[in-house]
Design a protein around this ligand. Sequence first.
Ligand code: PGA
Length: 261
Amino acid sequence: MRIIIEKDYAGVSRRAADFVEALLRRKPNAVLGLATGSTPLGLYRELIRRHKDEGLDFSGVTTFNLDEYYGLAPDHPQSYHHFMRVNLFDHINVPGDNINIPSGTAKNIAKSCDDYERKIREFGGIDLQILGIGSDGHIAFNEPGSSLASRTRPKTLAPETIRDNARFFGEGEEVPKFAITMGVGTILESAACLLLATGKGKARILAEAVEGPVTSQVTASALQLHPHAIVIADDEAASCLKRRAYYEHVERVSSGFGGES
Ligand code: PGA
C-alpha cells in the first residue's frame, strides 16, 4: 500500500483531486468509483472548482457509486442518489446517463445487484475507486464479517454505522437499517483504490486497516491485498500509524519509481 500523509483535510482533498485529475487527463473516458459520507466532500468541492475554473472535463466519464440505503427512493433527501446530485453531479458535466448508483428500491434486489456487477464489467471495470472508512472499519457498507469475496448485495448495517449516520437524519427520522452495497470483492477488482481518512476519530481504525491483519472484521484491511491501494490520511487520522516515519520517508525518496504499492 502507498500511504500519503497530508497536514489537514484540505490537503487530503487536494491530493485526492490530483489523482482523479491525472486519471481524467490520461483517460478522458475513465470509470470512476465514487463514495458518499463526509470525508469525500472536500474532494468533490475541489473537483467542482477545477471543473469550473480550470475546465476539468467529465463529459466522457462514467461513474459507479458504492452503495445506497435500502428502501430510499432516488429523490429521498437522505438517499445517496440525492447526496451525489447535490454534492457533485449537479455541478460538473458528467452526463446523467453515465451515472450509476445501486437501487435502494428495486423490486428484484438480487437481479438489480447482479445487473450492477455486470454493468461494471461491461464498462471494463472501475479505474479508480474512491473510498472512505467507517468507524467499524467498513469500506462501502461492508460491515464486519463481510466476505472478502463479496459482490454487490444487500447488507444489514452495524449499530456503529447507524449511530454514525444518524447525524445526517433529522430528529425522529429513522436511519435505514439495511443497504445495497458493492462487495469487498467488487472493490478489489478496481484498477486502483484511493482510501481517504481524516480526523482523529479515524486514527485507531485506520491503523488497524493498514497495519493490522487482513480480516473480514475490518473490511478496509482487504486493501492490503490490492496491488494499487493508496491511502491519503491527514495528520490526525495518521496519528496511530506505527510506521508513519517510514511512510513519510518513502514519499520523500521514492518519487522516481512512479509510486510504490
Ligand atoms: P464518513 O463515512 O466519511 O462520513 O466518515 C465514512 C464511511 O462510512 O465510509
